[in-house]
Ligand binder design. Structure first.
Ligand code: TPP
Ligand code: MG
Length: 438
């Protein structure tokens, strides 16, 4: 990939603006007092009788030079002369390997625990997609934000949420990262800036756009010069047919927000093939349409993912705006643990199983003498023990008290309904009986 892939026309937008609404359009520009140098889109489009006959600025300003790439080439890493033309150092490789092994081992354990009745509700596993979470999130600082979907356990782990807290959350216990109130699809950690876990598809994208807006606002309006925090928004291919995706790409590009939109294109949205569901299956092409770089990368190769991620994260941190990255990946299990996974063609599954991202990294590290078998085995053993310990911790932890049910519920608790005895139905011990266990 050439370094021009992520080039942009200018740094932070400094166009003067006085308002966000169009109500001043009929006013002469000289009567509008600029109050902030932040954002400024309406200024560009506002009618100005003095310049009415000059060429429209928005056409002149369009970022037509944006390039999209379809692959990443090997490039030299100057800092590792001892290992030659490699993309990673030994330490980086071991960190990536450990994170991917953690994701895989954790999810395999979840399957076991789910079938043993330790978890309730839907549980969506991430097996096969580890290169995406690891390739991106391991580049982040603690203050950077991650927004995920219902397939969120591994994003939480990569972001540093301890495995025992994620497992405990899945068991619905008080020691979970959401005190047992969120469950599988609603991981959250203020400390690690994991903003969620969102179960409605596309719901996380505006939230992520909001956290990116916060970073920019802190830096430019509140003058917190060191606030260079970046947001990563992860979501699936099916979600890209949802309106919120387009609305947020527009806003992020317009305001040059520090965000990377990471599409985990695993080719399926439950049982709907991506090819059948979208007018143009090449999702990355939608980036340039909004004036941001669009990148396609092999999402089964953690080193390639990491290369494009590095460039996009740096671009966001510099204040050069958003990037859309489509990672072509595959989930090795059904949509959720309730899905018998009978729709996908066995040859398709076999094709991607042969491209397992963990096996690929292992091979790369051994062939390039970055690590030996024994060293990698030791990591696997360490992670096995960590995940076992997480299960023991979760199992031994207490269930939340019933009184916790309405804590942090902002809607009127009467929404839970009042029974014939005048008490909230949720206070009835039988309230949760019959909840679907799928
Ligand atoms: C707003 C909304 N509509 C429908 C659903 C039901 N639903 C759950 S997962 C899913 C498919 C999402 O597919 P994709 O975005 O490709 O993510 P993947 O599961 O493949 O990671 C749908 C439609 C939902 N959760 N939210
Ligand atoms: Mg999908």
């Amino acid at each position: 990939m050439s370094s021009s892939t992520f080039s942009s026309s200018s740094s932070i937008n400094t166009i003067k603006s006085s308002c966000f609404t169009t109500e001043n359009r009929s006013l002469h520009p000289s009567s509008i007092i600029p109050t902030s140098s932040f954002l400024g889109s309406t200024h560009k489009l506002r009618f100005n009788p003095l310049t009415a006959n000059s060429p429209p600025r928005f056409i002149k300003n369009r970022q037509i030079h944006i390039v999209a790439v379809s692959d990443v080439k090997q490039k030299q890493l100057k800092s590792t002369p001892s290992v030659g033309n490699l993309l990673i150092t030994k330490e980086e490789g071991l960190e990536l390997y450990e994170d991917m092994i953690l994701g895989r081992t954790f999810e395999d354990m979840c399957a076991q625990m789910y079938y043993r009745g330790k978890m309730f509700g839907f549980v969506h596993l991430y097996n096969g997609q580890e290169a995406v979470s690891t390739g991106f999130i391991k580049l982040l600082k603690q203050q950077d934000c991650v927004v995920s979907t219902y397939r969120d356990h591994v994003h939480a782990l990569s972001k540093g949420v301890p495995a025992r807290e994620v497992m405990s959350e899945l068991f619905g216990k008080t020691t979970g990262c959401v005190r047992g109130q969120g469950g599988s699809m609603h991981m959250f950690s203020k400390e690690h800036n994991l903003i969620g876990g969102f179960a409605f598809i596309g719901e996380g994208i505006p939230i992520a756009t909001g956290t990116a807006f916060t970073s920019k606002y802190n830096r430019e309006v509140l003058k917190q010069a060191d606030c260079d925090h970046v947001t990563l928004a992860f979501f699936g291919d099916g979600t890209c047919n949802n309106g919120q995706f387009f609305e947020c790409l527009n806003m992020a590009a317009l305001w040059k927000l520090p965000i990377v939109f990471v599409v985990e294109n695993n080719l399926w949205a439950i049982g709907m093939s991506h090819e059948r569901a979208t007018s143009d299956p090449e999702i990355w092409k939608k980036g340039p349409a909004f004036g941001m770089p669009g990148v396609h990368v092999d999402g089964m190769d953690v080193l390639k993912v990491r290369e494009v991620a590095k460039e996009a994260v740096q671009r966001a941190r510099r204040g050069d705006g958003p990037t859309l990255i489509e990672c072509e990946t595959y989930r090795f299990r059904g949509h959720s643990l309730a899905d018998p996974d009978e729709l996908r063609d066995p040859s398709e599954k076999a094709h991607y199983a042969a491209r397992d991202p963990i096996t690929a990294l292992k091979k790369y590290m051994i062939e390039n003498k970055l690590a030996g078998e024994a060293e990698l085995k030791a990591i696997e053993k360490k992670i096995d023990e960590l995940v076992e310990e997480a299960v023991e911790f979760a199992d031994a932890s207490p269930h939340p008290d019933r009184s916790q049910l309405l804590q942090n519920v902002f809607a009127d608790p009467k929404g839970f309904g009042i029974g014939p005895d005048g008490r909230y139905r949720c206070e009835d011990p039988k309230f949760t009986q019959g909840t679907a266990h799928v």
